[in-house]
Design a binder for this molecule. Sequence first.
Ligand code: EPU
Length: 345
Amino acid sequence: MPQPDSPSFVAGYPLRAHNTFGFDVRARFACRIEHEAQFAAAVRDPRAVGLRRLVLGGGSNLVLTGDFDGLVLLVALQGRRVIREESDAWYVEAAAGENWHAFVAWTLDHGLPGLENLALIPGTVGAAPIQNIGAYGLEMAERFASLRAVDLATGDIVEMDAAACRFGYRDSFFKQEGRDRFAIASVTFRLPKAWTPRAAYADLARQLAVQQQADAPDARAIFDAVVAVRRAKLPDPSVLGNAGSFFKNPVIDAARFAALKAREPEVVSYPQPDGSVKLAAGWLIDQCGWKGRAVGAAAVHERQALVLVNRGGATGAEVLALARAIREDVLRRFDVELEMEPVCL
Ligand code: EPU
């Protein structure tokens, strides 16, 4: 018997509209989660026993290489509110199924700045902590307070702070040990009242100058500039399937960087606080001549070599074949290994 809260299961569910690459694959079962208790009820349903599970938000960081022989939990939890005000910060909570960009816009509409650098990132609020989304000089972890997650093994609801989430560069507990075990239900952000603009990132500074807002931009000006830069460089997934950056920017130690720099003086790099150096993977790939090239219907985006796109009808396997060829070239020329950013299933 299904549990009282069990959401209805749909067999052979098409996932094309649920992954931003637009891969045309199906799930054995899918169900829509509209309130927290449905997570536990769904995984206890007799039809779900022994099946793999996939908690799906916007599917914006995902490569599906074939049909998913398991249960997909489509997170549709909604709601956003200011839950607390302290002398130095507001605490804002959003349910996991809320669209990320709409949430960022909502915070600004309510006079709550702090997330504007992360405007227009595809996906949902619940997915944001999993890979610690970041862009234009800000990572989500810097505005994170806590989250509520459902332990799918026990059905328990757990509250986790930043330390428990172990955020790193495009990384967290949920991509490592916690993988496949937790479903994020809501996230609470801490937005400091002492707001200062984050506008040093080169593309952003240039766009603010174009907008004639380079001096003392407010949060709305930064939001508009980030939207403009992203629209100019990154393909809109509703037009051209993609999952944002396909590789992480690799980090190498100082000695290896010195050797690389001696051979490749133009290499784009960002020194890290611990002495290591982050390299722009887009530059490495671009230098290998990959921009605009294709393997079948999978291609490297014309304006950003770090983004792989589905020109129409590509499969996950084709995208992975393209990624493999790129990795080999970058390794051969620069002796640097690229690591995939999206989750691959
Ligand atoms: N570059 C090239 N050729 C390219 C692409 C980039 O030469 O085809 C050079 C650029 O000229 C620039 C440098 O590489 O000097 C970095 O490029 P960009 O500013 O476009 O940023 P990125 O390092 O490629 C990262 C994030 C993006 C984020 C932007 C802005 C990662 C893996 N990617 O890209 O995040 O939007 O910075 O902060 O960290 C994502 O994670 O999905 C994502 C889009």
